[in-house]
Every structure is written in C-alpha cells, then in structure tokens.
Design a protein around this ligand. Sequence first.
Ligand code: NAD
Length: 228
Amino acid sequence: MKKIVVFTGAGISAESGIKTFRDSNGLWEEFKIEDVATWKGWNKDRSKVIDFYNSCRRQLKNVQPNDAHKALAKLEEKYKVVVITQNVDDLHERGGSTNILHLHGELTKARSTMDPSLVYDIGYEDIKIGDKCDRGSQLRPHIVWFGEAVPMMEVASNMISDADIIIVVGTSMQVYPAANLIEYVSSNAEIYFIDPNAINNLNRKIKTIREKAGIAVPELVNVLLKNA
Ligand code: NAD
C-alpha cells in the first residue's frame, strides 16, 4: 500500500464555517494574536484567553465536516494515510479519518499549566477560571501558542519523509515551524497543493490546484482511488 500524508491548514475547514486567520474577515481581524495566542496574553488576562477558546469550541460544536474532510477519509480504503493538521478543530475526526496528528493542539482538550503531560478531554465544554488539573494548577486550552515549541514536529517530519504522495490543503504556509515540514518530503514523492490562493514558493515541482477544498479534494481523491 502506498503512503499518503495529507497536510492541512485552516482553509480545509473554511467551507464548514470556521474562519481562517489570514483571509479577509479572518479571526485575526477581531482578536490580536498577542492577546489570545501567547503566554504573554495568558499572563495579562487569562479570562480573555479562556473566553476566546470557549467561543471557538462552542462554534465548533455547531459546524460539520465538509466534503473535503469526508473525501480524505475514503483514501484509507486503498492507501496508508496520515493526516497532519495545523487545525485545532476536530473535523478530520468527525469526517472519518482515523490517523490524525494535530500539530497545534486540539480545542476539545485542556491541559495543565504546570505539567504539559496532563491533558484532559473536555469535548465541547467551556474551560472556567478555577478548573484545575490533578496537581492543582489552572487548566488552559490545549493549544500551541505562538512562541511555544511544537512538540509533534519530529514525529510529523518522520511521517512526511517516507510518504509517496503529499496532499497539502488550505494553508498559507506562513506559520512556522509547520511550514518547514515540506522540506522533509522525499524527492520521489508527488506533491499536490490545493488552495484558491496557492503560491508555489518551494523549490519543488508541485501540482497546484487553485480551487476550494470542498470541490478539489473529492476530485483528487477519486483520481487517486482509481489509480491505486
Ligand atoms: P491561514 O489562515 O494562514 O491560511 C488559510 C489558507 O486557506 C489560505 O491560504 C487560504 O487561501 C486558504 N483557503 C481559504 N478558503 C479555502 C477553501 N475553501 N479551500 C481551500 N483553501 C482555502 O491558515 P493556516 O495556514 O492553517 O495557519 C494558521 C494557523 O491558524 C494554524 O496554526 C491553524 O492552527 C490555525 N487555525 C486553525 C483553525 C481551525 O482549526 N479550523 C482556524 C483558524 C486558524
């Protein structure tokens, strides 16, 4: 079985109704990064940070996976598939994919501010000031903030380096170190890049598909399933 690594960003969830960061009307126009996605913001006003992610989590509860998430799950019929996502939503899981690596954390989890190994499933419940981990420290969103290390990078780069096919969907490739992952792709691998605004700034031959994920991903999946 050939191995496919799918690398996704906020764009794959846009058609489900979750705003991306950099598109116009994106989240960053309403909130400042430093206020809600950094340790500095947390130390300044943790209620504001908690409220921001609580509202993202409530929104997530009310949206559904779209045709792109669902199509990717079908690839598992004929390929060994890993989805590496920068997204913190759970739409790949709900779309049916079974092997998912969240590089930047997950909205449906909370973790200890004292011990990062203490991670708790919270589903779509709010985090509240006063919610504590087993060691007694305040719970925070299980999200990798700007300036924090991305613990899953090494696992992700190993996965990407032995893939036969890479499918990149809906990412501006501007968030590092995640964007560096593409450097680990083997020289024999085929790369597809689906994004209406895709820019190929990589020194690689890439099949660029400037189209929305909900249209282009199911089409590409059908072709790959036929060719498997
Ligand atoms: P980004 O906001 O930087 O870029 C989004 C990309 O999606 C853009 O290139 C845009 O052209 C593309 N896009 C927009 N609509 C699309 C569609 N219908 N189909 C395909 N592509 C489409 O997002 P990023 O590169 O993922 O990086 C931003 C960071 O924001 C990531 O760390 C991510 O964790 C986080 N984020 C996550 C979510 C989520 O979990 N759904 C939402 C917003 C931001």
